[in-house]
Design a binder for this molecule. Sequence first.
Ligand SMILES: *[C@@H]1O[C@H](CO)[C@@H](O)[C@H](O)[C@H]1NC(C)=O
Ligand SMILES: *[C@@H]1O[C@H](CO)[C@@H](O)[C@H](O)[C@H]1NC(C)=O
Ligand SMILES: *[C@@H]1O[C@H](CO)[C@@H](O)[C@H](O)[C@H]1NC(C)=O
Ligand SMILES: *[C@@H]1O[C@H](CO)[C@@H](O)[C@H](O)[C@H]1NC(C)=O
Ligand SMILES: *[C@@H]1O[C@H](CO)[C@@H](O)[C@H](O)[C@H]1NC(C)=O
Ligand SMILES: *[C@@H]1O[C@H](CO)[C@@H](O)[C@H](O)[C@H]1NC(C)=O
Length: 366
Amino acid sequence: MLFKSIAAALDQSSLSVLCLLLALVSKINGAALNASHYQYYRVEGLEGTQVADLPLGIVVLQDQDMGKTIIRAANLTAIRWAHAVNSQQLLDEALAGDIEFIEADIVLGKLSGGDGDGDDMPVMAHPPANVSDLTLQAFLNQIKDFNDLHEGNEKGVKLDFKSIDVFEGSLDILDATIPSMSYPIWINADIISGPVDQNKTVPVDPNRFFAGCMRYKQAVLSIGWTTNWGAEFREGEYTQDQCDAMVETLAFNNVLSTGQGITFPVRAGIAANSEEQLHKLVAAVNETNESTLTIWSSDGDYVDVDKLRKLIFGFGVERVYLDVPEDLAAKLDLGNAGNGAGTFNSLVSFSFISLCFYAFSSWLKQ
Ligand SMILES: *[C@@H]1O[C@H](CO)[C@@H](O)[C@H](O)[C@H]1NC(C)=O
Ligand SMILES: *[C@@H]1O[C@H](CO)[C@@H](O)[C@H](O)[C@H]1NC(C)=O
Ligand SMILES: *[C@@H]1O[C@H](CO)[C@@H](O)[C@H](O)[C@H]1NC(C)=O
Ligand SMILES: *[C@@H]1O[C@H](CO)[C@@H](O)[C@H](O)[C@H]1NC(C)=O
Ligand SMILES: *[C@@H]1O[C@H](CO)[C@@H](O)[C@H](O)[C@H]1NC(C)=O
Ligand SMILES: *[C@@H]1O[C@H](CO)[C@@H](O)[C@H](O)[C@H]1NC(C)=O
């Protein structure tokens, strides 16, 4: 399956492969995706480098083109998202649509149209809603059925659990479904109280959350902060204390030593103001050898677009997923990277090559 995807990608670009580290992409996402869903871009300045000498970065493909070695990296900002897929109609649209990732929220509640009796169960809805026409079980079953029928065009799933009770109440369903998933699965929760002076939403208990997640080694942990933001906000950042609290809970729960993929979901408008703290955060978890940012935004949120662009290019498009409304994505104009120096600098500022080999060798062993 992986080989087929690679072959398809190569046919498209008419390049012959020297060596493939596509397994790294599988690691980033928790499972392999069709290679053609990723845009690859040539990493300037690394031509001719031996794989063993690569400074790092999420280097995915090394092609041999006319005797020259060209290093390519995955452009994670090119992954397209369906956000808040919390009803049957939205799920139908997402499955039929040109997107690679489905994001949805889970609360304890009831199926609409029922008589209101019976126990609460995990349903797809965003608080304060607690009624839905779609249960978590039906949501996961339909995605699996779709993906089984669309080999090479599978869609990934990001599950945003809104409370520790709904997460723990979902473990039986996850136990029965995650092991048979051959596509990316992310488990998300806001586990730390965050900006700006957020005190309305109770964060998901991190210790209980990680205890549950330990069962799903293939899942990417998407762990963030509760937020308080909108159109009228200008000031506010992920503070050093809030970032330190994240690192402490990761260390306390031994998450960093497991090699499990980590992404930090950060709200665009606030992340734009937090460049320094977020660089420190990602550096502090470099023990896992891999972590990414997932920048998300609500419709209508205020975002300083120039600062957000700077943040994205500072990390590099191989480190940042972008789940934002289309108008913000268009304003970001990521095709226009200026001199491209940001990407190259980010490549040399992290040491990731050991993960390349770790991922590659574990892929070979499969
Ligand atoms: C769902 O919301 C209604 C109305 O706010 C509330 O009365 C009910 O207790 C809630 N149910 C759950 C399970 O939270
Ligand atoms: C990958 O996706 C592309 C575009 O959707 C499709 O044409 C191709 O057949 C897929 N590759 C595989 C191996 O299924
Ligand atoms: C939340 O913070 C606001 C502003 O700091 C404060 O006025 C309010 O009392 C706080 N609410 C709670 C429940 O702590
Ligand atoms: C991460 O990198 C360190 C140092 O480069 C290495 O010792 C360790 O085995 C790597 N861990 C994983 C999970 O790849
Ligand atoms: C990354 O993807 C974005 C969104 O599709 C695109 O605008 C940009 O040109 C790509 N960047 C590179 C370096 O390929
Ligand atoms: C991780 O970051 C720390 C602090 O920036 C640095 O001292 C250490 O060398 C880094 N380790 C790796 C494997 O990059």
